[in-house]
Structures are given as structure tokens and as C-alpha cells.
Write a new protein. Structure first.
Length: 370
């Protein structure tokens, strides 16, 4: 892997983003912590077009390449965060479950955060996901969790101004989940990441609004295939270097064309197939018999219908897109798979917010820990 070449290409992209008005100079805030303060936040997930797998710098969660996505509304996540001045142990409750793996993930991010700002004490997190589906993989729930957790933490430690700075929030969502970096922004966003980048710059920048004339939806598919090692498997693939190098060229073209949506959709298709190939070369097949069957149907339909697009991330759930609603409807009429229609309403969380806040306060009141 020629990291120097990737660094130079990444610097070119940063300059291009700055010249086009998308880049924002990083801002820092001073922590003002109050014992017992509780803050709340929410986030929606993303669907990636230009994807990423593989960390160049695992300690700081710096990816080998930038990535691009759009905000979706197939689920949302609430987070409540409490600060304890004299606490020695951070805690995490996710969907009513305490689990060591959640604690370990939180510890990784919180240790970075506390060291950077010399913060003592402990944080408690009460996190709850709300889904429009029962069981599926590849709908980027982790991105919503990461963004929601990061914003609640930033709100607690720095206040409302910092919590409203999406670029600042995205820097810390990155430490929970790479895709969460982009979920800290709404609309279309890019996560600027590449070898040698200043960690302050490795954040998400908004590059456009969602195109509300684009119809989209997803076929949720479940899988018990573990993808925890997908990042390591990808980096060891013989195809990885070419896959990553192509992304820099794609992104330069996208910036020059103001992130034209049809180009993003075409990239999303191609990148999905390459991602699957990269992982398959390392022995990880992320598709299932059910999703492969559906993919065959999508490809057959697409061969006869221009303007119909698809993509997927590291899971068998497959998303479809078109500016022509009749194409979406026609395809759905010929398949029996469960389908979730996406929309651009991002206020669905409002109906559950008050109940969640009460739940969280009750939980913190009864939480017994040192």
C-alpha cells in the first residue's frame, strides 16, 4: 500500500473541498462539566455510496479513504448521557442490556475523549434504538448509535453550541463507528479520512441536501454471519489497494461535479460489488442465499430499465433507488420480499422523545455504581 500516494491524494481532496466551500476549519470548545447533568440526543442512520473498510490508524480510527453517504430514516437512536464528577466507571445500557462488549467500545472512545480534554469522573449512557423492522443486517444502525452517543456526550461536556456543531460532533462519533462520523451530518456528507491526516480534520462535512425527488427503500435481510473482522479482512485482500485508489479518483470527480446524485448512485452500485469481492477474497461472504436471489432479480430488472439503482453495505439488506417512482413500484410488484419505503421525514423521533427522557431519568436515578 503506497500510503504516501494516498496521503497526497487525500490532501488534494481536502483542498478541493475547501475551494468548493464544503470544508470547515476545525473548532475546539472548552469543557464545562456539572455533576449530575443529563443531556439527550438522537440520530438517524446513513446509507453509503462511496464506502470504506479498513483503518490506517486504528488507535484514532482513521480510515484509508474518504467515504460518502446519505441520511436515511429506517431507524433512529436516542441517547441520554449523565456525568458523575466522582465516578470511576463509565457505564452503557443499550436497548436494556448491559454487555462487556458495549463497555469496551465505550471505553475506547471515552478514554480518547477524556485524555484530550483532561476530564475526570465518569459518564453513564442510556441508549435505545427504534427500528421499522424486526431483524436485519446492513442498515447502518451503528452509525446512528455512534452519532447519537457522541452528540449527547458533547452536549454534556461542552454545551449546546458545541452539540450543534456537526463537524465537531462527527470527530467523536468517529471513535465509536467510522460510519457514525457521517451520521452526525444530515443530507449528503463526506467523511474526510486518509493516511497522515491531522486527526482534527478527520470529520464529516456536509456536501449537499438529500434529493427529495429521489425515491428509495430497502429490503431488510437478516444474517448471522459475523462481520466484526471485516476491516482486517479487507485490508489483507489482494484487491484492497486498487479498490481504495479508485475511490480517490471518484471523489475528485464528484467534487468537481458538485456531488451529482446520479453519479453517486452509480458509484454506490459499483462500490457494493467491489466491497463484496474484497471481503470474499478474504473468505468472508456477507450475502445470503436470500439476498443473492434478490440481487439476481434486481440485476435482471435493471438490465431492462435505465434509472434504477441499488446498493448495500456490509450486510445482506439491499437498498434500491430511482427518480422514477413507477420503476420502484413495478419492481416491487414482482417480488415478495419485505420492503421498507424510505422518506425524508426526520422528525419521527419526536413522538417517542418524552417517554424516552422519563425512562432515562428513572434509570439513572436507580443506577447503583461507583
Amino acid at each position: 500500500m503506497n500510503v504516501n500516494k494516498l496521503r497526497e491524494a487525500g490532501e488534494d481532496i481536502r483542498r478541493m473541498l475547501n475551494d468548493a466551500g464544503y470544508y470547515k476549519v476545525p473548532v475546539d470548545y472548552n469543557p464545562e462539566l456539572d455533576d449530575g447533568r443529563i443531556t439527550f440526543s438522537y440520530a438517524y442512520p446513513i446509507k453509503a455510496f462511496e464506502k470504506f473498510l479498513g483503518y490506517y490508524d486504528n488507535d484514532n480510527r482513521i480510515a484509508y479513504n474518504p467515504s460518502i453517504s446519505m441520511q436515511t430514516n429506517f431507524s433512529y437512536c436516542f441517547t441520554a448521557c449523565r456525568y458523575r464528577n466522582n465516578g470511576s466507571t463509565d457505564t452503557v445500557l443499550l436497548d436494556g442490556i448491559r454487555d462487556k462488549k458495549y463497555d469496551n467500545k465505550a471505553r475506547f472512545a471515552l478514554d480518547h475523549f477524556k485524555r484530550e480534554y483532561n476530564i475526570k469522573g465518569a459518564f453513564d449512557f442510556y441508549i435505545k434504538r427504534y427500528r421499522k423492522y424486526t431483524n436485519a443486517k446492513g442498515l447502518s444502525e451503528s452509525s446512528a448509535v455512534a452519532a447519537s452517543v457522541a452528540r449527547a456526550l458533547i452536549s454534556n461536556a461542552f454545551g449546546n453550541e458545541a452539540a450543534g456543531d456537526n463537524v465537531f460532533v462527527s470527530r467523536y462519533a468517529r471513535l465509536v463507528s467510522g460510519s457514525g462520523t457521517r451520521a452526525a451530518q444530515d443530507g449528503i456528507s463526506i467523511w474526510l479520512s486518509y493516511p497522515g491526516i491531522d486527526v482534527r480534520d478527520s470529520a464529516a462535512f456536509k456536501v449537499g441536501e438529500n434529493r427529495k425527488d429521489l425515491y428509495y427503500g430497502i429490503f431488510p435481510k437478516s444474517s448471522d454471519i459475523p462481520t466484526d473482522n471485516a476491516h482486517k479482512i479487507a485490508v489483507n485482500s489482494i484487491f484492497y489497494e486498487n479498490w481504495v485508489s479508485e475511490k480517490f479518483n471518484n471523489i475528485k470527480r464528484l467534487i468537481s461535479n458538485n456531488f451529482e446524485m446520479k453519479d453517486l448512485l452509480r458509484i454506490g452500485e459499483n462500490d457494493m460489488l467491489r466491497l463484496n469481492s474484497v471481503l470474499l477474497s478474504g473468505g468472508l461472504l456477507i450475502q445470503t442465499a436470500d439476498s443473492i436471489r434478490l440481487l439476481h432479480q434486481i440485476l435482471k430488472f435493471k438490465s431492462k430499465n435505465d434509472g434504477f439503482y441499488y446498493t448495500a453495505d456490509t450486510g445482506p439488506s439491499i437498498a434500491i433507488f430511482s427518480f422514477d417512482r413507477s420503476l420502484i413500484d413495478e419492481f416491487r410488484e414482482n417480488v415478495e420480499d419485505e420492503y421498507l419505503e424510505g422518506s425524508y421525514e426526520f422528525n419521527e423521533h419526536k413522538r417517542d422523545m418524552k417517554a424516552f427522557e422519563k425512562e432515562a431519568k428513572d434509570y439513572f436515578f436507580n443506577l447503583k455504581i461507583t
